[in-house]
Structures are given as structure tokens and as C-alpha cells.
Design a protein around this ligand. Structure first.
Ligand code: GRF
Length: 201
């Protein structure tokens, strides 16, 4: 199966997927990496891996709809079976989400439904929660609200800072995203009527 990965920044989740596709853990091929921002480290990661990469800059479009339309055209040029949001920092329109329904994944650095939105690690620390983590979900029209596929949990330590907590969460992100993409490429992971199904092999 063909995969297109959308990024906005460092691309450490992209790197985890590149590594997993390279060593066979993901039975699929990353056909393209698209960033909405130029000059980000994730684009270099794609270049080093010899993966087609391009920038579709949201600043070049007057409306959210126009940007999403250009993004869809860019994505569909590669005919993907799966679109993966990996550190992609744009809110997508209902038209875009509907077009990729059931084959659009996102990772969010919190134990959803807690801490939707930004600055999740700071907020978790402020609240003094015992556990924090990350969630992978199918994307729907609610921001960070789609059906959750899997969550990884970390204990919050007394001396945690947002950075130390984010580091431990990201280690879990890099562990579970390849796992979820593997399941999808095996044809075992489906979204039906808002329910997530993981079929046996
Ligand atoms: C990660 O914490 C991810 O959960 C969030 O964006 C952050 C950066 O991801 N979506 P990456 O290093 O660009 O993959």
C-alpha cells in the first residue's frame, strides 16, 4: 500500500515511519512527504531517505478551503491508500476530512479526550495528573476528536518538565505509530460507522 505523510516540522514521527517501512515492519511504501511549511527538518529526513517531498505552503492560499484543495491535489497525485498526519499542525476542513475518511490518521500528544489542542504537556503538568501519553486516531471533523485506535501511557514524574515529559511521550509515539500503520497496511484496521475494528491476521 502507498502512504503519504503530512508534516509541519521536525518529523520525528515521520522518521519512525521511514525506519519501519525500511526494515519491513510496515508492509507499505511512503510515496511522498508533504509539508505546509518550507525549510523544516522533516523535509531533510525525506530527502535523506530518497522519498519524494514537497512544500504546499498554506501562506500561498487565501482561504482554508483553497489550501485544502491544493493539498488534496498534491496528495492524490500519489494515489495513496493511507494519509498520515505526523506533526501536521493545520486544522483540516470537513471537505478534506470527508475525502480521506477511513484512511486518514493523526497522532496527538495526550490521552484523548483529555487535552485536545495545544501545549498538552504543560497542561498535564499544571493539573498534576499521574499519567499522560499519546493517542492515534482516525481523523474526523472534530479537532483531535476522531475515533481512537490506540493510546500509549507514561507515568508523570515529580521532577518532569514539559520537555522531559514530551521526550518520554515522543518515545511512545515512535513506538505506536509504526504499529498502527503496519496494521492498516495489513488490511486489518478499519473504521466503520465511527467504530474502530482491528481484525485478526
Ligand atoms: C509530536 O509531539 C506529535 O505528537 C505532534 O507534533 C509533535 C512533533 O512531531 N503531533 P514530529 O517530531 O514533527 O513528528
Amino acid at each position: 500500500p502507498g502512504i503519504v505523510v503530512l508534516i509541519s516540522g521536525s518529523g520525528t514521527n515521520l522518521q519512525a515511519l521511514i525506519d519501519a517501512a525500511g526494515d519491513g515492519r510496515i508492509p507499505g511504501r511512503i510515496r511522498a512527504v508533504i509539508s505546509n511549511r518550507p525549510d523544516v527538518a522533516g523535509l531533510e529526513r525525506a530527502a535523506r531517505a530518497g522519498i519524494h517531498h514537497e512544500v504546499i505552503n498554506h501562506q500561498d492560499y487565501d482561504t482554508r478551503e483553497a489550501f485544502d484543495a491544493a493539498l488534496m491535489t498534491g496528495i492524490d497525485a500519489h494515489g495513496p491508500d493511507l494519509v498520515v498526519l505526523a506533526g501536521f499542525m493545520r486544522v483540516l476542513t470537513p471537505g478534506f476530512v470527508g475525502h480521506y475518511s477511513g484512511r486518514l490518521l493523526n497522532i496527538h500528544p495526550s490521552l484523548l479526550p483529555a487535552y485536545r489542542g495545544l501545549h498538552t504537556h504543560e497542561r498535564a503538568l499544571e493539573d498534576g495528573v499521574e499519567h499522560h501519553g499519546c493517542s492515534i486516531h482516525f481523523v474526523n471533523t472534530e479537532l483531535d476528536g476522531g475515533p481512537v485506535i490506540i493510546q500509549a501511557r507514561v507515568a508523570v514524574l515529580a521532577d518532569d518538565t514539559p520537555d522531559t515529559l514530551a521526550d518520554r511521550v515522543q518515545q511512545q509515539e515512535h513506538r505506536i505509530y509504526p504499529q498502527v500503520v503496519r496494521w492498516f497496511c495489513q488490511g486489518r484496521l478499519t473504521l466503520a460507522d465511527g467504530q474502530v475494528w482491528l481484525d485478526e491476521k
